[in-house]
Design a protein around this ligand. Structure first.
Ligand code: PLP
Length: 441
């Protein structure tokens, strides 16, 4: 809500009320909003704010992507023309089953898997939960030790924490300042009773790509299941589950221009795993539920497109990414998070001294730029991102973070616009920053 204040008319206080209404955060945007010529009120995430721009730049492709129009076209008939249940024996059922199996072939091909090793799920979160809990349950006679990295997505860390409460032992491997795990440390951490190693392919916040092939080799030699969360890499950079010695791989459709509510799990033949959902015999008895044919058809279409366009997309995005990094590092006291080269083609992540990433996010939103910050909001406190803390950032540094993630539709004009508005936003926020002590004007 916007509250009139006792300040002179040129001064505006923006009061941001979080969705849970427990926490009220004051951001003093006095001089900041001064240049605003035309004010519009927008509502976003329980927050009302002022906007003055017609330019819209979406730079949050790591959060989600728009559905590719070709994907939408492929999906349309499955809403109301080819609407059968894959388990039905009649014509509509057979039609749906055929579409499901064709889709499975396309998604399996993208990671060099066999179709019967490819299970459709509701999301990458569901896939990773299935892996952690399903492997733990099915292999508890062998042991109860699981290894994860400190920078895993919460879809791995939360089930790992839950398992810890059930008597499993979780080892959380640290990462270096770039976000890479140490392979020798991994090797030394694997024990006789270790049943699973779960290391993500690329990190969603800082974009660092792990050496998955070497990790897979270590796990294979030690006879331990290896799971990788590939939500940020599937359909974006090449994955070969055979070459990379992967036993289990989680992935998601909405990160690669497919619809939301569809994900997948690769389960190597012979892997001992219990399903999360019991019911019908769907998905080789690995995931009971009426199959989301329309979503899966969309996911498969996205997979076919990405198989063809992934390489050129990555090349284009790497050029734009590097331009953005170079430009934003011109800002005084700005820092790049993550690895310079072992990095997703579409990821940039920074921290800017003396400012709050959330305030910067709002500033950019006002300017029409959609970005993200590394700070995760918990229900009753603003916690610094566990990923940024794991790469060695202090809490106040982690709070000054900004992630700009690019995609298929990002243009050089978009990057130029961000390079024009972001430095100004940082400068404005620093002028009013309570942390600016020592900041040279
Ligand atoms: C690395 C990573 N893993 C898992 C997920 C969860 O994916 P989904 O939205 O399909 O549950 C995300 C999404 O933000 C992610 O970035």
């Amino acid at each position: 809500m916007i509250v009139p204040t006792k300040y002179p008319p040129s001064r505006v206080h923006l009061i941001i009320v979080r969705q849970n209404y427990r926490q009220i955060h004051f951001h003093n945007f006095l001089d900041t909003l001064m240049p605003v010529a035309k004010l519009n009120l927008n509502r976003y995430n329980g927050v009302m704010f002022l906007s003055d721009t017609k330019m819209e730049v979406y730079m949050d492709y790591a959060a989600t992507t728009p559905v590719d129009p070709r994907v939408l076209k492929a999906m349309k008939p499955y809403f109301n023309k080819k609407y059968g249940n894959t388990m039905s024996l009649h014509k509509q059922g057979r039609e749906a089953k055929e579409a499901l199996e064709e889709s499975r072939n396309a998604v399996a091909a993208l990671m060099n898997a066999e179709p019967n090793e490819t299970i459709f799920m509701g999301s990458a979160t569901e896939s990773s939960n299935t892996v952690l809990k399903g492997i733990a349950y099915a292999n508890k006679k062998k042991g109860k030790h699981i290894i994860v990295s400190a920078i895993e997505h919460n879809c791995v860390l939360e089930p790992a924490g839950w398992l810890e409460k059930q008597g499993y032992e979780i080892t959380c491997l640290p990462v270096d300042n770039f976000g890479l795990i140490n392979l020798t440390q991994l090797e030394n951490t694997i024990r006789k009773d270790t049943i699973l190693v779960s290391i993500m392919h690329a990190n969603n916040e800082i974009g660092t790509i792990q050496d998955i092939q070497k990790i897979g080799k270590i796990c294979k030699e030690k006879d331990v299941y290896f799971h990788s969360d590939a939500a940020q890499t599937f359909g974006k950079i090449p994955i070969d589950v055979k070459k990379m010695n992967i036993d289990l791989l989680s992935f998601s459709s909405h990160k690669m221009y497919g619809p939301k509510g569809v994900g997948g799990l690769y389960i190597k033949k012979g892997t001992k795993i219990e399903p999360l959902l019991h019911g019908g015999g769907h998905e080789f008895k690995k995931r009971a539920s009426t199959v989301n044919v329309v979503g899966i058809v969309g996911f498969a279409e996205a997979a076919k497109i990405q198989e063809k366009e992934m390489e050129s997309d990555a090349k284009k995005q790497t050029i734009l990414r590097d331009k953005l990094i170079k430009g934003l590092l011109n800002i005084d006291d700005s820092h790049l998070n993550g690895h310079l080269t072992e990095r997703l083609p579409n990821n940039t992540s920074f921290w800017f001294a003396y400012i709050e990433g959330e305030s910067l996010l709002m500033q950019l939103d006002i300017a029409g730029v959609s970005a993200s910050t590394g700070s995760a909001c918990s229900s009753d406190s603003l916690e610094a991102s566990h990923v940024l803390r794991a790469i060695g950032l202090k809490p106040q540094e982690a709070h000054g973070s900004l992630r700009l993630s690019l995609g298929k539709y990002t243009t050089v004009e978009d990057v130029d616009y961000v390079l024009e508005v972001a430095p100004k936003s940082v400068e404005r926020l620093r002028k009013i920053s309570p942390f600016k002590k020592g900041w040279k004007q």
